[in-house]
Design a protein around this ligand. Structure first.
Ligand SMILES: NC(=O)c1ccc[n+]([C@@H]2O[C@H](COP(=O)([O-])OP(=O)(O)OC[C@H]3O[C@@H](n4cnc5c(N)ncnc54)[C@H](OP(=O)(O)O)[C@@H]3O)[C@@H](O)[C@H]2O)c1
Length: 238
């Protein structure tokens, strides 16, 4: 039976992914800050879900929480990181920018750093983390968010190179969604917003196949290609 931790399982992508892993017969550690939502999810399958409520932005306690949860599961094969924060902030409201960095940079680093060391010790494991198409280039709508997601992509690539260099049997999957119909994307005038159940199914399939980088849904691969090709001088005037 596979042992999985899903961070950000109280809503959106993480919750659907946690459900799919439970459906596949995995034992699943579920996390997020909203305890009542964790309890609701746990009640759907109490023998497979183990809950732990904590804030990944409180980086000094992240390792202890994850150690305890992995012990409860009896080990760990896959860590899936879906916790994230971001909203439009062209006004550069300092609180929004800082909260984004605290969650998507500091929290992210604490979580994947813990997982990498855990898997290095047992010489196997898989880290899958949700970045975003928004991380491919900076954008005026959400500066800290796009920068943080770019950081996620580079960090995951660094870990993949480190695993190869040290000959660790650790897989790293960078999941890059376009718009997904979750709380985070609501009311932002988004287009091509994909339903969360479709997104979760495509993500789990890609993680099971141990893909390195995946665009979700598939059409966003072409958007990514175009985004990358636009010359900087033009891009910065958009
Ligand atoms: N929706 C989109 O269009 C879209 C597109 C590309 C990428 N993404 C990425 O996908 C991931 C999941 O987002 P979503 O769309 O599913 O949004 P969501 O429904 O708002 O889910 C975000 C999850 O992150 C958790 N979280 C936020 N801050 C946290 C913190 N400080 N500590 C612990 N958990 C925290 C939330 O749980 P609590 O609030 O209970 O803590 C929640 O479970 C994010 O990384 C997001 O950037 C989303």
């Amino acid at each position: 039976m596979q042992k999985v931790i899903v961070l950000g399982a109280t809503s959106g992508i993480g919750r659907e992914v946690a459900r799919l892993y439970a459906f596949q017969g995995c034992v699943v550690g579920i996390t997020g800050r909203r305890e009542e939502l964790l309890s609701e999810l746990r009640a759907e399958c109490p023998e497979q879900f183990f809950a732990s409520a904590f804030d990944i932005g409180a980086v000094s306690s992240v390792e202890n929480h994850l150690d305890a949860l992995a012990e409860q599961l009896g080990g760990l094969d896959l860590l899936f990181l879906s916790s994230g924060y971001g909203k439009r902030n062209s006004e550069l409201v300092a609180e929004t920018e800082q909260l984004t960095i605290q969650t998507d940079v500091s929290g992210f680093t604490a979580v994947v750093g813990w997982a990498f060391k855990y898997f290095a010790q047992q010489n196997y494991g898989h880290i899958a983390a949700v970045s975003s198409i928004a991380g491919l280039r900076g954008n005026r709508y959400a500066p800290a968010y796009s920068a943080s997601k770019g950081y996620n992509m580079h960090y995951l690539q660094s870990l993949r190179q480190l695993a190869n260099h040290q000959k660790y049997n650790i897989y790293i999957t960078d999941i890059r969604p376009g718009f997904v119909d979750t709380q985070m994307a609501q009311g932002n005038g988004v287009f091509w917003s994909a339903p969360v159940h479709k997104v979760a199914a495509q993500i789990v399939r890609a993680v099971n196949q141990k893909k390195k980088v995946v665009y979700i849904t598939k059409r966003w691969r072409y958007v990514a290609l175009v985004l990358r090709l636009i010359p900087r001088i033009i891009f910065e005037k958009l």
